[in-house]
Design a protein around this ligand. Structure first.
Ligand SMILES: [Zn+2]
Length: 302
């Protein structure tokens, strides 16, 4: 206890609050579900090179024992706290109805969207290697926000239409219970997959996703998924991918009040799994870049 007290006294107040907060939080309901974010971060952490792995361990609070995925849903859990209310718009992008496209200058004003957040937190983390204690930034929070937002930008309905709030106002039934289109993509598809095919075991689902990109249907695509020279154009591409899937597979054929079941599930589940894989692989790519030994980061130090 004395040691803990000593530790707390030596830390800035915000960080103490942060450490405590992680023990007493209410599950979040917006963004990939807890399972989606956890899988994204588990995929990423397994792909980290030694320098990045060490940096991540160093930045995580001790109680998670080096497990990034334990805190990947944290930004959803604190987004309504007074201190973090400013982060609420950073989880998504509203795009003009039916345009099925994303334009940074039009849809991400003052960087206040998930694409802008990824750019900014990547830039903050790029200072880590400098070894300076830049007190403007909290590197632990930057890591958790980046890890979470890499999940969110890959959830297609997080880059949705403005008028229906990314499908949140499209109420419908998922099989027999009430839901909405946004939530179907956040969580329902994942939960149905877990229940129907994986004995409700996230580890088994994750193994299937990993098999697909290491030695399966996506293994030839991984190099192109990871390709990223300039983070600004990468976030634009990732957001465009999402709104295009949202248009073609999310919104397509869906109206308020209808019931979605097997047919929708069977055809959409592969996209959900692929987006989780892409989010994890690309998160690892960013962390390996910002924490790696190479001099060639894609982010100019700011
Ligand atoms: Zn989120």
């Amino acid at each position: 206890m004395a040691r803990l007290k000593g530790l707390m006294l030596s830390l800035p107040f915000g960080f103490v609050l942060f450490l405590c907060s992680t023990f007493s939080i209410v599950p979040g309901v917006i963004g990939w579900s807890k399972e989606g974010h956890e899988m994204t971060c588990l995929i990423a952490q397994a792909l980290l090179k030694p320098e990045a792995s060490e940096a991540v361990h160093h930045l995580l609070p001790p109680h998670v024992n080096g497990n990034l995925s334990a805190l990947c849903v944290w930004p959803d859990q604190i987004r309504h706290w007074y201190k973090y209310r400013w982060t609420s718009p950073l989880h998504f992008i509203d795009t003009p109805d039916e345009k099925c496209g994303f334009q940074y200058s039009r849809d991400c004003l003052e960087d206040m969207c998930v694409a802008g957040a990824i750019k900014n937190f990547t830039s903050q983390l790029s200072h880590y290697k400098e070894g300076t204690s830049d007190r403007r930034y909290n590197m632990t929070e930057a890591l958790l926000f980046l890890s979470h937002f890499m999940g969110d930008i890959h959830q297609p309905m997080h880059v949705g239409f403005t008028s229906d709030k990314g499908g949140n106002t499209i109420d419908l039934r998922w099989y027999r219970h009430k839901s909405n289109l946004h939530h179907v993509w956040d969580r329902e598809i994942i939960l149905t997959a877990l229940a129907d095919y994986y004995d409700k075991d996230v580890t088994l689902l994750l193994q299937d996703i990993e098999k697909n990109y290491t030695n399966g249907i996506w293994s030839d695509d991984v190099a192109s998924w990871e390709h990223c020279k300039d983070i600004s154009s990468c976030v634009n591409n990732w957001a465009k991918e999402s709104i295009q899937i949202a248009c073609k597979w999310g919104y397509e054929g869906v109206k308020s009040g209808m019931t979605l079941s097997e047919k929708y599930f069977d055809s959409r589940m592969p996209y959900v799994m692929k987006r989780i894989a892409q989010g994890g692989i690309r998160l690892a790519m960013i962390l390996n870049q910002v924490f790696g030994d190479s001099e060639e980061g894609f982010v100019a130090a700011t």
